[in-house]
Write a protein that binds this ligand. Structure first.
Ligand code: NDP
Ligand code: MG
Ligand code: MG
Length: 332
């Protein structure tokens, strides 16, 4: 088992009295900024005046400035805007970042795929919470923490790792455990996970199951409950206690169906495709494609997104969820 750091491993001096600029105030940015402020750090949020985040961060009681201003005199600058905006943002702010500062990422995309070639005098680190920002904030407030990955790309003062660990501690990550990795490992596994399993794989499984039942003449509402709504129960059991706990809570019949039918749905050819997807991540094909799509105005991306939103499962789901307003309380 690799070493997993906890609160006792943190050298609080590494970030003592540090001024931290958080660039971006979305999912991760808001959670990091508020958690770090509550942990006693001097936090400034860097967002454009024209956007919605500016007023939002102010309303949350934080110091706010344009990114180029926010980075001035900051000891640590966290890049927490969408991945494909960070290259331009880095160009905008780099002239104002002081010598020897630390820049931090929550995902390794831009460093690993060489979109940002960081100045040589900077520490370059990664703290990637393994969960969405809403959860990073909520768990911190509950005295818990989302496990996080730590990586160092450039270490100019032999303090980079200690600084990153102190930052992880400031957002609550050390309560859940901090595991060291490399920018390459974090980037490639994160992309693979979201493509093949968490986002791409899981939603496609749900939608294809729903379609199969509806096309066979079953009520869409019943298909929705079965293929989407109930998934949470299974995922919670997996999350809490792995395959063992999941199996303890499902019926004998469900277990037999799982063991004999599951491998027919996700089969050898699925795994072969997963390996292909991983290769496209590793050789940079996925990154090149996504960067080109973004540059070309996201035409395909927008079209596919619209098709997802217009799917029958969404129409049926929206109606059924209206009856369960409490579902909105757990928003991540
Ligand atoms: P968001 O999409 O939530 O970021 C939105 C924020 O970025 C807003 O404050 C927005 O400001 C600002 N922003 C958007 N476009 C620009 C731009 N062109 N220039 C300057 N600011 C801009 O980002 P996430 O939190 O999802 O992701 C941030 C980083 O964290 C990424 O590297 C991501 O991979 C990583 N990460 C994300 C996770 C997640 O759960 N979302 C999980 C783990 C890592 P405005 O209001 O002005 O538009
Ligand atoms: Mg990701
Ligand atoms: Mg999908």
């Amino acid at each position: 088992m690799p070493q997993i750091y906890s609160q006792k491993d943190v050298n609080k001096k590494a970030l003592a009295k540090a001024r931290i600029a958080i660039l971006g105030y979305g999912s991760q940015g808001r959670a990091h900024a508020l958690n770090l402020k509550d942990s006693g750090y001097d936090v400034v949020v860097g967002v454009r005046k024209s956007g919605e985040s500016f007023a939002k961060a102010k309303k949350d009681g934080l110091e706010v400035a344009e990114p180029t201003e926010a980075v001035k005199n900051a000891d640590l600058i966290a890049f927490l805007t969408p991945d494909l905006t960070q290259k331009d943002l880095y160009k905008d702010v780099i002239g104002n970042i002081k010598q020897g500062a630390t820049i931090l990422f929550a995902h390794g995309f831009n460093i690993h795929f060489k979109q940002i070639k960081p100045r040589k005098d900077l520490n370059v680190v990664l703290i990637a919470p393994k969960g969405p920002g809403g959860l990073v904030r909520r768990q911190y407030q509950q005295g818990r923490g989302v496990p996080s990955l730590l990586a160092v790309y450039q270490d100019v003062n032999k303090q980079a790792k200690a600084i990153a660990l102190a930052y992880a501690d400031g957002i609550g990550g050390t309560r859940g455990g901090v595991l060291t990795t490399t920018f390459a490992e974090e980037t490639e596994t994160d992309l693979f996970g979201e493509q093949a399993v968490l986002c791409g794989g899981a939603t496609e499984l749900v939608v294809k199951g729903f379609e199969t039942l509806v096309e066979a003449g079953y009520q869409p509402e019943v298909a929705y409950y079965e293929c989407l709504h109930e998934l949470k129960l299974i995922v919670d059991l997996l999350h809490e206690g792995g395959l063992t706990k999941m199996h303890q809570f499902i019926s004998e019949t469900a277990k037999y169906g799982d063991l004999t039918r599951g491998p027919r749905v996700v089969n050898k050819s699925t795994k072969k495709e997963m390996k292909k997807i991983l290769t496209e991540i590793q050789d940079g094909k996925f990154a090149r494609q996504w960067i080109a799509e973004n540059k070309g105005g996201r035409k395909k991306y927008n079209k596919m997104m619209k098709a997802d939103f217009n799917h029958k499962i969404e129409k049926v789901g929206a109606k059924l969820r209206e009856r369960m307003p409490w579902l909105q309380e757990e928003k991540a």
